[in-house]
Design a protein around this ligand. Structure first.
Ligand SMILES: *Cc1c(COP(=O)(O)O)cnc(C)c1O
Length: 397
């Protein structure tokens, strides 16, 4: 009997329900093909959307920064952990997002926590999309304001909540490209609502940052709405290929976070080397626009083919494409079969997605070749023929 045996029951329950999770280790850089457990796999589940995690210019910047600054930042930002690369990166991010100021965090998770736990206050209400990321939902649970969720397909409910007179300020918080569905928030409608009711709009561009918009600033830039967004949250952990979160907005907001946000104050400053990597990646994002075009071409092509196969890809319009299967068991079986055939795509299960909508979540990279996409589709076709993957009856051909 071990002292932690009381944990067994939950672990066993998870296993029985096909909800147990474990780690898989990669033994190569994060490219389009990775080495896992001694074999090469075509990877379709990383967020290295633009191939920057391993870009030679990024590696060069990392080496130079390590020589100049060493690796560790050695203290929290407010003590002595603020170094030139942090400030420089924040200035560049503010410019990139057309905001007065920006603040960098060790993770996007912490950036959301900082904003949501400090900016909305007692007497305010926070309105969240029901499918917002866990970092948003959890932060809202711990903030001083009340919070409610709305469904994207029922904007009337959101409008009704915005009409409520009893709240002092109203904050709408949404992802721009939803992480598990790959569909987009109707930012134009949200901006109209925000203006009609004098609300604040906070947008988490985690999966759009680097990937959408003329310069790569995200969905709001693509729609010409960047200036309407009061606070932009993004991450450098996905398309940027480094790690860390960012908040951009008015200088006052940033000063407030520096003074009040516990997830900023009580954690060690991220490595200056990481900031240098992010800066190098931002330059590539701005200048190598063909990466963005290729990402879109690849995603459009794959969505078209998967739809033709009759697979349920939900409302995806981006480089994130769910193949919705339903039960955990079927989804795990499909992922395992794909893995054995050389494709690394993870089964996404509740609570990450709603019950009954377990799925394979495909994320496309700009550097995926057409051959890789075709191989994936051929394999999907085989799994459909083998009865391992279900198709939508209305679309069955
Ligand atoms: C990944 C993600 C985050 C967290 O970012 P990290 O830098 O990985 O901590 C926040 N919001 C959304 C929507 C995400 O998908």
């Amino acid at each position: 009997m071990g002292r932690f045996d009381y944990l067994n029951e939950t672990l066993e329950q998870l296993k029985k329900a096909n909800l147990f999770r474990s780690l898989r280790s990669i033994d190569s850089p994060q490219g389009c093909i990775v080495r896992v457990e001694g074999a090469e796999k075509n990877i379709f589940c990383s967020n290295n959307y633009l191939g920057l995690a391993n870009h030679p210019q990024v590696i060069q910047a990392v080496l130079e920064a390590a020589r100049q600054y060493g690796y560790g930042a050695a203290a929290s930002r407010l003590i002595s952990g603020t170094m030139r690369p942090h400030i420089e990166l924040e200035e560049r991010l503010a410019d990139f997002l057309y905001k007065e100021a920006a603040l960098v965090f060790p993770a996007g998770w912490m950036a959301n926590e900082a904003v949501i736990r400090t900016i909305p206050q007692k007497g305010d209400i926070v309105l969240l999309d029901k499918l917002d990321h866990a970092s948003i939902i959890d932060a809202a649970g711990g903030c001083q304001a009340e919070f409610r969720t709305y469904r994207r397909d029922r904007p009337e409910k959101l409008e009704k909540l915005l009409c409520e007179k009893k709240y002092r300020r109203k904050f709408i918080i949404t992802e721009s490209i939803f992480s598990m569905d790959g569909n987009a928030a109707d930012l134009k409608a949200l901006v109209e609502l925000k203006n009609k009711y004098g609300a604040f709009l906070i947008v988490d561009e985690a999966h759009a940052f680097g990937c959408l918009g003329k310069n790569g600033a995200g969905l709001a830039e693509e729609l010409g709405l960047l200036e309407e967004i009061d606070v932009v949250v993004a991450t450098m952990s996905k398309a940027v290929g480094a790690t860390g979160g960012v908040v951009a907005g008015e200088k006052k907001v940033i000063e407030f976070l520096i003074n009040k946000a516990r997830s900023f104050i009580y954690t060690t400053s991220p490595s200056p080397v990481n900031c240098a990597a992010a800066m190098a990646a931002l330059e590539i994002i701005k200048t190598e626009t063909h990466r963005r075009s290729r990402l879109k071409e690849n995603a459009d092509y794959l969505r078209g083919r998967l739809e033709k196969l009759g697979l349920n890809i939900g409302q995806s319009r981006s480089h994130i494409i769910p193949v919705i299967i339903g039960t955990e068991e079927d989804t795990l079986a499909a992922a395992e079969e794909l893995y054995n055939r050389g494709f690394f795509i993870v089964a996404i299960r509740p609570p990450t997605v709603p019950a009954g909508t377990a799925r394979l979540r495909i994320s496309i990279q700009s550097e995926h070749t057409k051959g890789q996409l075709d191989d994936l589709c051929d394999t999907f076709a085989e799994l459909i023929a083998g009865g391992i993957l279900p198709v939508l009856s209305s679309r069955t051909t």
